[in-house]
Write a new protein. Structure first.
Length: 151
């Protein structure tokens, strides 16, 4: 699919007030979701971002790391390397907070990888007990993001 076709599809989605649109052709995937005045996100297969450079031995101390979840508690884990965001924009409320009840298809955060915003679902029903990652923090594949108490 070339850029002109992609632009036509996005324009049609906007013009017709389509709230959600998903197209998959082989490995290419176009997914748009319109939330009020939020931008439309276009995504393709996510590829891992390069690992962050190791910290230097001088200068600032590294930021404290959140405690790992208890071994007996399930958690929502990062499916990719990227940057963790708790909300769709800096001035928006977080998708979820401790105490919220979530379903398997509830969006709990966004992970930006290679300039693509990927919505992460809870994949389990339960109650969020802890947020294990700070907003705008780099995350690794398989890193626990939220602790969930099964419902």
């Amino acid at each position: 699919m070339d850029f002109k076709d992609l632009k036509k599809i996005v324009d049609l989605v906007k013009e017709n007030d389509i709230v959600e649109f998903d197209l998959q052709d082989g490995e290419f995937r176009l997914s748009t979701k319109l939330r009020g005045s939020d931008p439309i996100y276009v995504s393709a297969p996510a590829t891992p971002a390069p690992a962050p450079a190791p910290a230097s031995f001088g200068g600032e101390a590294p930021a404290p790391v959140a405690a790992a979840p208890a071994a007996d508690k399930p958690s929502v884990k990062s499916p990719m390397v990227g940057t963790f965001y708790r909300s769709s924009s800096p001035d928006a409320d977080p998708f979820v907070k401790p105490g919220d009840i979530v379903e398997a298809d509830t969006t709990v955060c966004i992970i930006e990888a290679m300039k693509v915003m990927n919505e992460i679902k809870a994949d389990a029903k339960g109650r969020i007990t802890r947020v294990l990652v700070e907003n705008a923090q780099a995350v690794e594949f398989g890193q626990p993001l939220f602790e969930i108490e099964p419902a």
